[in-house]
Design a protein around this ligand. Structure first.
Ligand code: FDA
Length: 305
């Protein structure tokens, strides 16, 4: 049953008609639990509050699978607005973005022009930028663009998904770039030809890539809500005397907020991924796919209103 629901929400997450419709209706159906608002001002207020409680942040202006230049340029403008807000308001925040929202599906010229604009602004304000990883179809291209930008900029990282068979090879290939990587399980619906179908295999591979990246001496963001993986990481860094400034934990806004504070109090760097904007639909559907309890929460919200 859990798998049926997961597939159903992942299918919905890619529906263009529903994506467009959702924008018109504002943060409804419980999406506000996972999204920090529709405007930069709302997001800034949330970030200040989290920073005051000892949590670091990465902010994400929501948007994906953009198919025209005007929209891609607009998305990049919004990322620059977010970078400027981080600088102006002295927020402890990085920026996360998706290359499909910068025009990756339209042309190489458009995505690179937008990324260069963003990276220049980020360099000026000393803001770190992480390129989120999207579906398998875009993985190779995303890594190529990351490598190209990494040659020019120090303040850029990307994401590696444990559920893909190719992941360990990708990490070996990336090694010479000394990459700052966010390691995740993976959120998209992928075929068993390219990704582990069983959760236990994903978890095993996740542990392997955490070990690999830490032992290679690179900065590692372990982005998970899974206590077993968090405990594994804590043990591993202790045994191998890996300093606390070589890794951090990351979680999504609205998920396990208490646990986030606990980890920060224990002395670990804890970063919260804060999405904001009107294009919240795909992101929200992936959160519902991850956990049936999230669906119950949303249903309760609908019937309360
Ligand atoms: P999983 O979903 O297996 O959950 C494991 C356990 O965590 C559960 O059994 C439960 O104990 C606990 N748990 C989970 N949710 C909970 C909740 N709401 N309340 C209480 N306990 C809960 N993906 C991607 O493909 N590309 C990307 O760029 C990113 N970026 C990203 C950034 C950040 C900061 C995070 C945290 C995640 C991503 N992801 C991502 C998403 C990631 O791939 C994955 O889909 C989710 O993190 C869910 O997987 P978990 O590792 O949390 O474990």
């Amino acid at each position: 049953m859990e798998n049926v629901m997961r597939n159903f929400f992942l299918f919905l997450s890619k529906n263009k008609f529903l994506t467009r419709s959702a924008k018109r209706y504002g943060l409804r159906f419980g999406a506000a639990k996972f999204v920090a608002g529709e405007t930069i001002e709302e997001a800034v207020a949330v970030i200040k509050d989290l920073n005051n409680r000892g949590l670091k942040v990465t902010i994400d202006y929501l948007g994906e699978f953009v198919d025209n230049k005007k929209e891609a340029d607009h998305m990049a403008d919004n990322c620059i607005t977010a970078i400027e807000a981080i600088g102006r308001e002295k927020l402890v925040s990085q920026l996360s973005l998706k290359l499909t929202s910068m025009g990756m599906d339209i042309s190489d010229e458009i995505v690179m022009a937008n990324m260069k604009r963003i990276m220049e602004a980020a360099k000026n304000y000393n803001v770190f930028v992480t390129i989120d990883m999207e579906d398998y179809e875009r993985c190779e291209k995303t890594l190529q663009i990351f490598k190209q930008l990494r040659l020019e900029y120090d303040n850029i990282g990307t994401v590696i998904q444990a559920y893909l068979f190719r992941t360990q090879e990708d990490m070996k290939d990336l090694d010479e770039y000394a990459p700052n990587l966010r390691l995740v399980k993976g959120a998209y619906k992928e075929s068993p030809e390219v990704a582990f179908p069983d959760k236990s295999d994903v978890d095993d591979n996740y542990k392997k890539i955490i070990q690999m990246h830490l032992l290679h001496g690179h900065y590692t963001a372990v982005a998970t809500h899974d206590d077993a993986i968090i405990e594994f990481t804590k043990q591993f860094v202790k045994e191998h005397e890996i300093p606390n400034d070589q890794f951090e934990f990351q979680m999504l806004y609205g998920i396990r907020s208490e646990r986030q504070l606990e980890l920060a109090k224990e002395g670990y760097t804890m970063r919260v991924y804060i999405p904001y904007g009107t294009d919240w639909y795909g992101y929200f559907m992936r959160r519902l796919a991850e956990r049936p309890a999230n669906v119950t929460f949303v249903l309760k919200g609908i019937f309360k209103n």
